[in-house]
Design a protein around this ligand. Structure first.
Ligand code: FAD
Length: 389
């Protein structure tokens, strides 16, 4: 089999890249290790930057998002029980939209399926070959039979644990990493959310986030030590702890119910450099990881592939390699800004094992500054709703 761009991974990065290239008449094949149902069953991100919404619109997959997504004009911070709302629309005229990653993935998959494009699910043992030359290829096993896919370019959109980054010679890659000593215990519950917008809470017992997926489905998180296991957290224990970390009014309003999903996500900052190796490009979580504070993971994946699609379209329509030559530097500049913002939000909102009384005063001062300074509030708004590429 042969295609122009072989994409590894059918997460949001791979699917959106496929869609953007399809719209420019460039053929792609996606190889995905898991089944379609498995990919659709993953509960992950839920906050889309305004630029991501605009990109999905341009890709022609924005109808359901506009019908069902919840446009949020701002977010709230609750610091030691004091709530403050940052109104992004008033501050900078921009918003975010709450729409689950599962839905984004479903919309992109349906668009791809109805265009009759090839996605090979349950492709095992995907391996990358000759991407340092002019004729890269992939090998994979499907239903016990080995296949080969020849292509012009390979897009590694296979997430943090994928095969693409691992196939790059170690001495060609530099990585930067920070692992945080806690995780987020998340719970999904079929009850209306406690507030219309997200509440990011800092408390001496740890961080908490009140989020949502729809007007009837809530998503709540609390910071837990990395060593905790999900089985140690009954729904009752979770909600008791969440109530302690938010202000009284929020705690009183909280509607609890049986969890329909519960999991612990570790927190990590990670960047690989560069993101191009001959005819292989890394994008999305294959290239970088952010802690979920600030909701940048999915949005970064979208902006990476927007840049990659532009660059590849330039190759095919203008016979120019300028875009692919500058891809890595261009997206890394935005990636590092999002890394900085996610790290900063994580630092001010969480309780670290070594946070002493001095450290807590600094966190409180940061919050006081944020809410009292229009310049600082605008900076938060600009970063949260998404910086330009
Ligand atoms: C529990 C959790 C909660 C999160 N919450 C948020 C949030 O609130 N906000 C936010 O912005 N971000 C969040 N994220 C991050 C966000 O989900 C990711 O940044 C986003 O999924 C990145 O998309 P991607 O397409 O790059 O990678 P992925 O979604 O990981 O997709 C990669 C795909 O590649 C496939 N694959 C892997 N290896 C291979 C292989 N060898 N061969 C073929 N296919 C392969 C995988 O099966 C997968 O389908 C969260 C992540 C997790 C895990």
């Amino acid at each position: 089999m042969r295609t122009k761009v072989a994409i590894i991974g059918s997460g949001p990065a791979g699917l959106l890249l496929g869609r953007l290239l399809e719209n420019a008449g460039i053929e792609t094949v996606i190889l995905e290790r898991r089944s379609q149902e498995y990919v659709l069953g993953r509960i992950r991100a839920g906050v889309l930057e305004q630029g991501t919404v605009e990109l999905l619109d341009r890709a022609g997959v924005g109808d359901k998002l506009h019908a069902e997504g919840l446009v949020h004009d701002g977010v709230e911070f609750c610091f030691d029980g004091n709530r403050h709302r940052f109104n992004f629309r008033e501050l900078i005229g921009r918003t975010v939209t709450v729409y689950g990653q599962t839905e984004v993935t479903r919309d992109l998959m349906q668009a791809r399926d109805s265009s009759g494009l090839t996605t090979i699910y349950e492709a095992e043992n995907v391996s990358l070959h000759a991407f340092d030359g002019d004729a890269p290829k992939l090998r994979y096993v499907k239903d016990g039979v080995e296949h080969q896919l020849a292509c012009d370019f390979i897009a590694g959109c296979d997430g943090y644990h994928g095969v693409s980054r691992a196939s790059v010679p170690q001495d060609a890659l530099r990585t930067f990493e920070r692992v945080y000593p806690f995780g987020w215990l998340g719970i999904l519950v079929d009850r209306p959310p406690v507030a219309d917008e997200l509440i990011y809470a800092h408390h001496e017992r740890g961080f908490a986030l009140c989020s949502m997926r729809s007007p009837s489905r809530s998503r709540y998180y609390i910071q837990v030590p990395s060593s905790d296991r999900v089985e140690e957290w009954s729904d009752q224990r979770f909600f008791d702890e969440l109530r302690r970390r938010v202000n009284e009014e929020t705690a009183d309003k909280l509607l609890t119910g049986p969890s329909i999903e519960k999991s612990i996500a570790p927190l990590r900052s990670f960047v690989a450099e560069p993101l191009r190796f001959g005819r292989l490009f890394l994008a999305g979580d294959a290239a970088h990881i952010v802690p979920p504070t600030g909701a940048k993971g999915l949005n970064l994946a979208a902006s990476d592939v927007a840049a990659l699609a532009e660059a590849l379209i330039e190759v095919y329509t203008e016979r120019s390699s300028a875009g692919i030559d500058s891809y890595s530097a261009r997206v890394l500049s935005r990636i590092w800004k999002a890394e900085r913002f996610s790290w900063w939000m994580t630092s001010i909102l969480h309780t670290f094992p070594d946070t002493d009384a001095f450290g807590r005063r600094i966190q409180r001062a940061e919050f006081e500054y944020l809410r009292s300074s229009t310049a600082a509030s605008r900076s938060l708004a600009e970063n949260y709703t998404g910086l330009p590429l």
